[in-house]
Structures are given as C-alpha cells and as structure tokens.
Write a protein that binds this ligand. Structure first.
Ligand code: ZN
Length: 218
C-alpha cells in the first residue's frame, strides 16, 4: 500500500531539489568543503508549528537546533551547546517557547492530557519552575490564555537558567573563563498567531522584562 503522506513528502523533496537545491548548488557543495559559520544553538519546542529556520530566515549551517516538547533542556541540549561552543565557537544560545504550547498546557491542566503520551513525567522532570508557578494560579483560571502564557514564559526562564548552568560547568571544566563570560543565553517567546517575538531581557543589569523584539533592536 502506498503511503500518501510519504508520497507528498517525496514530491516536496523533488520540488526542493529542482527549485531550491539546484539554484544554490554551489552553496550546498560548500557545506562540506567549506562549512559556513554556525553562530547559535537554538532550543525550541517539538511542536510541528514551530520552525526556527522559518522564523529566523536561516540558511543551512547557521545554527544547531534541538527540539524537545515544551523546549525542555535535556542531555541532548547540553551536548548541542557543548559542541557548538567547543567546535564552532558559538556564543549565543536561544531558548524559544511559543503560544498555545501543548506541553505547557499539560502543566496547567494535566487531567486533560492522555497519560499514554508520557508527557507528565517529561514535564515533572524538566519544568519545575513552571509547575511551582501553577500552584499560585486559581484552578478556575488555569484554562485561560493568560495563564498559559505566564507558565510558558516561566518555563522558558527555567530552561535559560539550565543552559547557563551547563555553560558555566563547561567553562570550568575546560578552564576557559571566557566561555562563561562571552556566551549569551536568551529566552524568546514566539506568538504563533501574530508572529510577534518577545525577548526576555535579563542580561543588562536592569530589571528583567519581556520586550518586543523591535524594542530590543531599537
Ligand atoms: Zn510547545
């Protein structure tokens, strides 16, 4: 039996190969002979609606991407960060969560999530800060959009702190203090519906706050 979904992917691949790959053939050949500069590691959610390469207009080679449900820091994230820093001199780590996150909804209303997914233990293991924050939210308000945004942002901050711990540890182990000094870890919140990107600015010495990306650039 022919799997229609597979056929669709292969047709898309043919289209990519003919319309994109062949137009940029030289650029793709250089990926192996003369690799481009990779300057970031991105940890984001596995949600299929989240495409960091689309959001940041990335080209092949631009960044390491680790996608986990709820953008929760895992051992794989640690390896991606260590590899990016030690082999590619990466000095930027982005942790990007998003609106309408199913994993974060699991924090708020676990009773609505099917245990068969195994999401509860994943969340319990990796999203301690978000779960603590849930306790302060009235059960009647937990289904509201505002509560989901709050929890998602708390979780992003939690994973930012874990990424920073990982970098501190690497810096000490490698006896290279400049790694910890120069590597920036930034939390981002992406709104799927509006395309707005909020940046958690907590590295300037001023009061940490979520700001629209335009304000950070300005
Ligand atoms: Zn998500």
């Amino acid at each position: 039996m022919v799997n229609q979904t597979l056929l669709k992917r292969l047709e898309k691949y043919q289209q990519f190969h003919q319309e994109i790959y062949l137009c940029k053939k030289d650029q793709h050949e250089k990926l192996v002979k003369n690799p481009p500069i990779t300057d970031a590691v991105i940890l984001t959610c596995s949600d299929p609606r989240v495409l960091p390469s689309l959001t940041f207009l990335s080209e092949p080679g631009d960044e390491f991407v680790d996608q986990t449900l709820g953008n929760i820091f895992t051992e794989n994230t640690a390896i991606a960060i260590r590899t990016g820093i030690m082999l590619k001199d990466v000095r930027l780590v982005l942790v990007m969560g998003h609106s309408d996150c199913y994993a974060m909804r699991c924090c708020l209303t676990p009773e609505r999530v099917d245990p068969i997914l195994g999401l509860h233990s994943h969340i319990a293991w990796g999203a301690e800060r978000a779960l603590k924050k849930v306790q302060g939210i009235n059960p009647c308000d937990r289904h509201k959009k505002r509560a989901l945004k709050t929890i998602t942002q708390e979780n992003i901050i939690d994973q930012v702190l874990k990424a920073r711990d990982c970098i501190q540890q690497l810096s000490r182990t490698a006896k290279r203090p400049e790694i910890a000094q120069d590597t920036l870890v930034v939390g981002l919140y992406y709104d799927l519906e509006t395309g707005a990107l909020l940046v958690y600015r907590d590295w300037t010495g001023r009061k940490p706050q979520w700001l629209n990306a335009d304000r950070v650039l300005g």
